[in-house]
Ligand binder design. Structure first.
Ligand code: G3H
Ligand code: ZN
Length: 279
């Protein structure tokens, strides 16, 4: 059934687990998340990156919403990392109730102004806003942020940001990166603890691909209730196509292989995040 990110995060927080938010690009991605969530009796979030939205447009949004409505478990649909008021307006009009207004590439003053405006717009539609404070290094689709440009979330600034913007959920930067980690990830859990003590909104951790189990569990203990996962899904998709292309040039068989490979990744994450069995 179609749910909302805020309702799912509230339940996750109350019950000590986290949600998986999985980036999807097409039908195979949407089917993989839905099938894994149903298999694991888990809530889940399908999210659309702006580059996927530019590719699939509103039909991709409609696909996500329809699949969520059809599912036997609660699924929310979220617009990920948007920097565009027009894009946010378009998905809200299409029925999405959860967006990330990503002003992390702006100066603090401009991030405040952008986020405040997107919160007002989204709340008019009864939706909820996730924003990011600090800046995440790494690559996701057409967005690359170099390591020297990365900034960690400052707990005091987070308090000011939330008071000034009315943001509903906060994506934190504590050493997490988009894409593959080079070597062992190094997350600043003391900073996460300080953020959690300073703010009351749900916390979100992007760049969850490749995070070791222990770190995921620690992050959940310290208040993270939504993890964003993309790279591992894309790798599974492309790996399945590579592995099966030579032996089976049939298109539907290839599409099914890609779906199954992504479903396996989603299923393992839902177990790791503790949401399996919670729907
Ligand atoms: O917004 C999406 C996520 O932060 C994905 O990060 O590709 O490192 O899993 P990832
Ligand atoms: Zn992200």
């Amino acid at each position: 059934m179609l749910s909302t990110t805020i309702a799912l995060m509230k339940a996750a927080r109350e019950n000590g687990y986290a949600l998986g938010a999985f980036n999807v690009y097409n039908l195979e991605g949407v089917r993989a998340v839905g099938a894994a969530a149903e298999m694991e009796h888990s809530p889940a979030i399908v999210q659309i990156h702006p580059s996927a939205l530019r590719h699939g447009g509103i039909p991709l949004v409609a696909l996500c919403l329809a699949a969520a409505q059809e599912a036997s478990v609660p699924i929310a649909v979220h617009l990920d990392h948007s920097t565009s008021p027009d894009e946010i307006r378009a998905v809200l009009a299409a029925g999405v109730t959860s967006i990330m207004a990503d002003g992390s590439g702006l100066s603090y003053a401009d991030n405040l102004a952008f986020t405040r405006e997107m919160v007002a717009l989204t709340h008019e539609h009864k939706g909820t806003v996730e924003a990011e404070l600090g800046r995440l290094a790494g690559t996701e689709d057409d967005l690359t942020v170099e390591e020297y440009e990365a900034r960690f979330t400052d707990p005091d600034q987070a308090v000011d940001f939330l008071v000034q913007t009315g943001t509903d959920a906060l994506a934190v930067c504590i050493g997490n990166i988009h894409g593959r980690y080079r070597g062992e990830p190094c997350l600043d859990f003391d900073r996460l603890d300080a953020i959690r003590k300073a703010v009351s909104v749900p916390l979100v951790l992007h760049g969850a691909s490749g995070l070791p189990e222990g770190m995921v569990r620690r992050a959940i203990e310290l208040g993270v209730c939504k993890f964003s996962v993309n790279t591992e899904l894309r790798e599974a998709y492309l790996g399945a196509l590579r592995d099966h292309l030579a032996e089976s040039p049939d298109l539907l068989t290839l599409m099914q292989s890609a779906t199954d490979a992504m479903k396996g990744v989603v299923s393992a994450k839902l177990q790791l995040f503790g949401s399996a069995g919670k729907a």
